[in-house]
Design a protein. Structure first.
Length: 494
């Protein structure tokens, strides 16, 4: 029978990785006879997950947090701050009835059942625990909104910089040591104890080998900034622009794969729809389609059910002629978007006063905006007529029966001015990653835990499945960072 010990011994003693050429594994690295330094725990990556793990590490656990960039980084720093949680006081104030069961059901629905159920349940529980901790420490949500994948509003809006500053402050107060410009290189294997024993680190003074008595927590994010890995796992996104954290190059995933870590959901890596063609940050996103807008291609025809997750919308949009698509909406929908999400003001706040916006075409009629965008006016008018006639009655040929994820009913486009916004999809995250158990222990291809190895945040797989619910990326990082800290401290290297 093949087991981990035999597998790793064979890999370590192999002359090269040729025997594993058809797999994703690299050759494991044996730990040295002498380490340069020793800690109880080493956390790799100072994004949301890494900072959360550092902040929640019990006092007395000697912890090192390394980050390859020169400052706190990660996709959490550049996200929009949406944090999904169920049964919160903020929801109660708004009369929103939510529950763990409803949250789990929504996640499974949007993930099309490709999620790991037990990890999903653990996430929903951990999100509420972390929400309580954040609010107890003075972090306040600006508002609770509904977004992709939700049947009820549960996206709490935090300031990412404020959240990450809190974690960093608490972690330092608890004695966690931070080292920037230190990049994780290879995990080190303790062959005698049959576990991860440490990590080698690239520093300005060369390669250092650091012992981790309890284990290593990978919080390195995904690989949206690694074109080679994107092309390997999903060729359709290899040329899609990425605006994720600068360090998301797949380091932790590769380190885990070297020890046989299983890798989940690479086939469903997707770009997020709603961005301006020249997007540079999360602020360049508008989602009027979730308050009623329709999505059309350059031929003026609809091609997708607009109520789907913006990941699935991104898939469909990127397949259109020349990769071009537009959001089309009327004045009432514009006003609703301004009320629903304050960020929409930069896009549409000037329309009523100036009759224009740099983010789209504005016209008194459907034909007006079509001509400005070089779309056949008759084709676009016919598309709107068909939609107005059928969708509000629940008869949409493309299956739209709600505004988003079952929330709200389709409404007709009828009141000018009309707006046509060129829109595309960008890669915010890869949302796939290493398989873990609900306590963040990394699991190998034999469905066994890899002793001494943990993963939290975007580097984890199995959480989202086929698509993504707004607020569960940022939330996953913060919530599972805590879980990882608690687990590694409990396991103590066992």
């Amino acid at each position: 029978m093949t087991n981990r010990r035999n597998f790793l011994k064979t890999a370590i003693t192999a002359v090269s990785g040729a025997a594993l050429a058809s797999s994703s594994f690299a050759t494991p690295t044996k730990e040295p006879s002498k380490f340069d330094e020793e800690f109880d725990v080493v956390i790799v990556g100072a994004g949301g997950a890494g900072l959360s793990a550092a902040a929640h590490m019990p006092k007395g656990v000697k912890t090192l947090l390394i980050e390859k960039n020169g400052l706190v980084a990660g996709s959490s720093l550049v996200c929009d701050g949406k944090y999904s949680a169920a049964g919160t006081p903020d929801q109660a104030k708004e009369g929103i009835k939510d529950s763990d069961e409803k949250f789990v059901a929504d996640l499974l629905k949007v993930g099309q059942g490709q999620n790991n159920l037990e990890v999903v349940k653990a996430l929903v529980k951990a999100l509420k625990v972390e929400y309580d901790w954040l609010t107890e420490h003075g972090i306040k949500s600006k508002y609770v909104g509904i977004a992709s994948g939700m049947s009820v509003p549960r996206a709490h809006n935090f300031d990412p910089a404020e959240v990450l500053s809190l974690y960093q402050k608490v972690a330092k107060e608890n004695g966690v040591e931070f080292r920037f410009n230190n990049a994780g290189h290879r995990l080190l294997w303790d062959d005698e104890k049959n576990r991860i024993g440490g990590i080698s680190v690239n520093t300005k003074d060369g390669l250092k080998k650091i012992k981790a008595k309890y284990g290593v927590i990978l919080t390195t994010g995904g690989f949206a900034r690694n074109p080679e890995l994107c092309a390997k796992y999903n060729p359709s996104i290899k040329n899609v622009k990425a605006i994720s954290g600068s360090g998301t190059t797949g380091d932790g995933i590769l380190m885990g794969q070297a020890y046989g870590a299983d890798f989940l959901n690479p086939d469903v890596i997707k770009a997020t729809y709603g961005f301006t063609p020249n997007a540079n940050s999360i602020k360049d996103k508008s989602q009027v389609y979730y308050v009623g807008a329709i999505i059309v291609n350059k031929d003026g025809k609809r091609f997708v059910n607009e109520s789907l997750s913006y990941k699935l919308l991104g898939d469909a949009a990127l397949k259109q002629p020349e990769g071009k698509s537009f959001q089309l909406f009327d004045h009432d929908m514009m006003e609703k978007s301004l009320q629903t999400d304050a960020r929409e003001k930069r896009f549409w706040g000037m329309v009523d006063q100036e009759g224009k916006t740099p983010y789209g075409y504005v016209g008194a009629t459907i034909a007006d905006v079509a001509k400005q965008a070089h779309i056949d006016p008759v084709a676009l008018e016919n598309t709107v007529k068909e939609y107005n006639k059928l969708a509000p009655k629940g008869l949409d040929p493309l299956g739209r029966k709600s505004l988003g994820s079952g929330f709200g009913k389709p409404i007709p486009l009828k009141k000018g001015p009309f707006i046509l916004m060129p829109t595309t999809a960008v890669l915010l995250s890869t949302y796939c990653g290493l398989k873990t158990d609900p306590q963040t222990r990394v699991i190998d291809v034999y469905n066994e835990k890899i002793p001494g190895l943990y993963a939290a945040g975007e580097v984890m797989g199995g959480v989202h499945g086929a698509a993504y619910m707004t607020g569960t990326g940022f939330g996953k990082a913060l919530a599972f960072g805590r879980v990882a800290a608690e687990t590694v401290a409990k396991d103590k290297g066992q």
